[in-house]
Design a protein around this ligand. Structure first.
Ligand SMILES: [Zn+2]
Length: 139
């Protein structure tokens, strides 16, 4: 997302919409974009720097670390914020900043049952094994 500094009024600019998923290179890691990136941000220029804050949402498909099943997950960045010094160019690309914040909010060990509305096959199996072990130890 490239911002033309001339398009930003003195009192800032509100941007809301969607654009192409900024994470295409993650396909090799089993992470696939589901739909576009949704953004809702305010940007402005002050003191020789560009600032932005707002929220981002990006749907992705992840693989569960336990059962390896794919599941849909929404990366939410509720407090996206950046401040970057301006060094002359008339456009600033926000995409690297957005990508970084999305990656920071990506679960390191994604589990298909993390939302609680889905039972992970692997988790129920290990749960049963755990119960058997406990039953054996106490018998
Ligand atoms: Zn799972």
């Amino acid at each position: 997302m490239k911002i033309h500094l001339k398009q930003i009024p003195v009192d800032g600019l509100h941007l809301e919409g969607d654009e192409e998923c900024p994470l295409p290179e993650l396909a090799s890691e089993g992470i696939r974009c589901l739909g576009p990136l949704f953004y809702n941000i305010d940007i402005g220029v002050s003191g020789g720097a560009l600032w932005a804050n707002g929220s981002l949402r990006q749907g992705v498909e992840l693989s569960c670390v336990c059962c390896l099943e794919k599941f849909a997950y929404e990366i939410k960045v509720p407090a996206f914020a950046l401040r970057t010094e301006l060094h002359g160019p008339e456009t600033v690309d926000l995409t690297p900043f957005m990508r970084e914040d999305l990656l920071l909010n990506l679960p390191a060990h994604p589990r298909c049952d993390r939302d609680g509305d889905h039972v992970c096959k692997a988790a129920t199996k290990s749960g049963e094994i755990g119960a058997l072990v406990v039953a054996f130890v106490f018998s």
